[in-house]
Write a protein that binds this ligand. Structure first.
Ligand SMILES: *Cc1c(COP(=O)(O)O)cnc(C)c1O
Length: 356
């Protein structure tokens, strides 16, 4: 039986993705070859690659003067590639938790980092407001903080190129891509299996690469843009997984439909947390993520953690153990997480509370 999956990443994927990728592992179309075997230079794979990019363009409404890349190395490699390519003297970063802290650490290897806002002093329990200065090479922020469970739902105005790590909320709401110079993330949180990183980059950024800096070929965006994201062997089966998931998103009505679902799912959980006698939310209202919802036991009940995890497990609920830096529990309710999954969790919370 399929479990109710609330893993923070890799994420739950739609049944259609699992079925269509499985079938392509046996045979890709009528090629007589598996997706695991087919040449990445063949017309058959090129068609998969092109469709994945075109679906991404369509679903996210990506303007024509942007390139879409599927790379390796995870979002973590982007933390280093971004400053390597674009940080000449100073960049502005917003610090909203573990992942932005990791991005800042890499950027400091290449230049000065101006942390323009941070919620660190408050345990990253809210999304701090920020204004982007005009005298920096670029500005960077994390739209959804997977570990802390905070999220920003607007596309900020910026006088400089704006770069966003959207690993864990990509395709969960419509985004005005034209406000960004670059959007990137690991696919495994919301749009596919682990092993592929998406990069949406405005083509004029290639002219902003730090002059005179020697950058290894694989770490230059230009290399990948010029080769249509096929400079080296791409992660073929993962790209197919992304393609199938984007097709599924489109079939449900695109990002407006995803946003509606995300609001419904997260409201169900936050409403329960607000009224529960046993559980409470961690994040302040106004900053609450629709994707990752950390929650704790209320005062006096802290000892029940292991018991609730076992109780949830007995109801086929997996992946709700909290990140070690927050403790307690975390429900990750990504695009493919169904209302039934959320109902199962909320019912488990209610039944467990009734027992205590
Ligand atoms: C998971 C995550 C990362 C790291 O992604 P990898 O693909 O594992 O390198 C970076 N940023 C955010 C917001 C994440 O959720």
């Amino acid at each position: 039986m399929r479990k109710h999956i609330f893993n923070a990443g890799p994420c739950k994927l739609p049944d259609a993705t699992l079925e269509n990728v499985s079938s392509a592992v046996i045979e890709l179309g009528n090629t007589g070859q598996s997706i695991l075997e087919v040449s990445h230079r063949s017309a058959d794979f090129q068609a998969v690659h092109d469709e994945a990019i075109n679906l991404f363009r369509e679903v996210l409404d990506i303007p024509a003067d942007y390139s879409v890349l599927f790379l390796g190395g995870g979002a973590s490699l982007q933390f280093c590639m971004i400053p390597y390519n674009f940080l000449n003297t100073r960049a502005a970063y917003v610090n909203t938790g573990t992942w932005s802290t990791a991005a800042i650490k890499e950027a400091r290897m290449w230049g000065e980092v101006d942390v323009i806002a941070s919620s660190e002093a408050d345990g990253f329990t809210y999304y701090p407001p920020f204004t982007i200065p005009a005298d920096v090479d670029y500005a960077h922020f994390t739209s959804n903080n997977t570990i802390r469970g905070t999220e920003i739902f607007t596309d900020p105005d910026s006088p400089v190129p704006l770069i966003c790590d959207m690993s864990s909320d990509i395709c969960s709401r419509p985004v005005d891509v034209s406000k960004y110079a670059m959007i990137y993330g690991g696919a495994q949180k919301n749009i596919g299996p682990a092993g592929v990183t998406f990069v949406i980059i405005k083509n004029d950024m290639l002219e902003r690469v730090v002059a005179g800096r020697i950058i290894p070929t694989m770490l230059r965006y230009k290399t990948h843009v010029e080769k249509g994201s096929m400079y080296n062997t791409p992660p073929c089966v993962n790209i197919l997984g992304v393609k199938e998931t984007l097709k599924w998103i489109k079939s449900l009505g695109g990002l407006k439909a995803m946003e509606k679902l995300a609001i419904t799912r997260s409201d169900m959980i936050y409403n329960e947390l607000e009224k529960s006698k046993l559980f409470r939310p961690v994040v302040k209202e106004g900053s609450r993520s629709r994707m990752n919802i950390p929650f704790l036991l209320r005062e006096g009940h802290e000892g029940l953690e292991k018991e609730f995890l076992d109780f949830a497990k007995s109801r086929n609920i997996v992946g709700i153990k909290g990140h070690r830096s927050v403790g307690g529990f975390r429900a990750s309710v990504y695009n493919a997480c169904s209302i039934e999954d959320v109902k199962a969790l909320v019912t488990a919370m209610q039944d467990f509370a009734a027992k205590h």
